[in-house]
Design a protein around this ligand. Structure first.
Ligand code: NAP
Length: 484
């Protein structure tokens, strides 16, 4: 297979919070991979900026150590690391004060693509946007990349959109959701809209239901204070699961262009029904012999924050009326996995009689651990003995199907950062989309808060509270098992 890596235009990428966890763990290792893939032009520069006093040399040392820590040694070559680190610069800056901004202005070139990555806490997003504008560093074509969380409710998201809009146009704002950068998520669009096979069946007439699961094995250790104010609904459903739901449920956009795709996603969010209490299950993980409970990491011993949520969501439009979407996400579960399951209906009539059992096609879009798409089809069980049917997988694990290139698909962060440099907003959330998602989320959270609902305790290493299983059982359905 011929490699089709296309270098991007020369750029200056300023990473505010360039010394932080996200920058060291994801952003800079991702940029190193793109550098090795030959995607970074000669004169591309990366400029770290944070309050810590440091020079270029100190920053290169810090990031060199981060690359050692976060990139497997088989993917690190000393010579390449050295060349990559030479692209790095550092300038101290205070988002809340005026220190450092004049130096940054001198450092950033006006004749290349300028991108400013806000890898800092959300409380600083407004300060950064305002100062970039006031110090006349940003041009009308500069891009800013904003990390999650984007607000904690509709009101705060609106305020954030407004403060960014005071200094930047919507076409300059890249609200990142790394789930959208995953290869499989984009493949979901390719599968739907580049094949005639699926789209005619992609509706309530042929699809029984959809399941979206994002399951983690980690708990909240170290992040208890943050998580307690957030919970699974704000931290995962409002953004990641919502985006996956939108891409699964949206109408075909007229073209693969940022606004065409985002318009369709927005229509899905607007068509979501309110979710009645009986369709929501919230859980909080208990302790077991080896691990501490959620509460042990919370600052509030009576915390009612959910570390697990499962819900049945209905979409009121012609395509989906009657086909529920079941969403489920949680921490400290049995395995780390994310998948979208399209459960098709059974054939309207079986010509094979009762002995053949009941069968239905299933399309599984796996986001992790190994990204791929798996279609289960029903065939005759080989051998004599009449017509017995079995379900077999038509598996397309990218690493298997695409050979060595399939293994080297860029990580979500790498792809999204390169999209920022290219000026392609298709895989980033638009301001109105984020607000619409909060508009749907807020009453759900308000509901359980005003009732004072407590989440149900669940066993660590399980698939969540029993009630979550019941959510499907009562509809005559079952979750796909959580397994790695
Ligand atoms: P972090 O480790 O706490 O890093 C924060 C960075 O901001 C540091 O470089 C810090 O450096 C800098 N900073 C703090 N105050 C500043 C100020 N007044 N002016 C300039 N720089 C300042 O946080 P993080 O985990 O990297 O997260 C960054 C953002 O990404 C957050 O919005 C977070 O929610 C989001 N995020 C993180 C992850 C992750 O895996 N870590 C995942 C998804 C989203 P100094 O102290 O030297 O100034």
């Amino acid at each position: 297979m011929v490699s089709r890596i296309i270098p991007v235009d020369p750029f200056d990428l300023v990473i505010f919070g360039g010394t932080g966890d996200l920058a060291r763990r994801k952003i800079l290792p991702g940029l190193y991979h793109r550098f090795c893939a030959g995607q970074m032009p000669e004169d591309a520069r990366i400029i770290g900026a944070a309050r810590s006093e440091m020079d270029d040399k100190g920053y290169r040392k810090m990031i060199g150590e981060a690359l050692d820590e976060f990139i497997p040694h088989t993917k690190r070559e000393a010579e390449r690391v050295k060349l990559f680190l030479e692209r790095l610069h550092y300038t101290p800056i205070d988002a809340k004060g005026d220190g450092g901004w004049k130096t940054l202005k001198k450092l950033v070139r006006a004749d290349v693509v300028q991108a400013f990555y806000f890898s800092v806490g959300p409380a600083l997003f407004g300060d950064l946007a305002t100062r970039l504008h006031e110090h006349e560093i940003a041009t009308p074509e500069s891009r800013i990349v904003v990390e999650k969380p984007f607000g904690r409710d509709l009101e705060s998201a609106r305020a954030l959109n407004k403060v960014l809009a005071d200094s930047f146009d919507e076409h300059q704002i890249y609200r990142i959701d790394h789930y959208l950068g995953k290869e499989t998520v984009q493949n979901l669009m390719a599968v739907r809209f580049a094949n005639v096979l699926f789209e005619p069946l992609w509706n309530a007439q042929y699809i029984d239901h959809v399941q979206i699961t994002v399951s983690e094995t980690v708990g909240v250790e170290g992040r208890g204070a943050y998580y307690d104010k957030s919970g699974a609904m704000r931290d995962m459903v409002q953004n990641h699961l919502m985006q996956l739901l939108c891409l699964t449920a949206m109408e075909p956009p007229s073209k693969f262009d940022p606004d065409a795709v985002r318009d369709e996603k927005l229509k899905v969010i607007r068509a979501l029904d309110e979710v009645p209490t009986e369709n929501i299950v919230r859980g909080q993980y208990a302790a077991d012999d080896e691990q501490e409970s959620y509460i042990a990491h919370s600052e509030n011993p009576a915390s009612r924050t959910e570390s697990f949520i499962a819900m049945k969501v209905d979409i009121s439009n012609w395509r989906w009326k009657g086909t529920p979407f079941y969403l489920r996400t949680g921490k400290r579960l049995r395995a780390r996995m994310s998948e979208i399951v399209i459960q098709f209906k059974e054939t309207p009539h079986s010509i094979f009689g009762e002995d053949a059992g009941s069968h239905a096609n299933v399309l599984v879009i796996r986001l992790q651990p190994d990204e791929g798409i798996d279609l289960r089809v029903t065939i005759k069980e080989p051998g004599p003995g009449g017509m017995r049917l079995i379900d077999v997988p038509l598996d397309m694990t990218f690493a298997d199907a695409l050979g060595p290139e399939g293994e080297d698909v860029p990580d979500a962060y790498e792809r999204l950062i390169m999209d920022v440099i290219r000026g392609n907003q298709t895989l980033f959330m638009r301001g109105d989309e984020v607000e619409a998602a909060w508009r749907w989320t807020d009453p759900i959270i308000d509901g359980w808060q005003s009732r004072g609902d407590r989440p149900t305790q669940y066993e660590p290493g399980s698939s969540g509270p029993e009630d979550a299983l019941m959510l499907l059982h009562r509809d005559g359905r079952r979750w796909r098992e959580i397994k790695a």
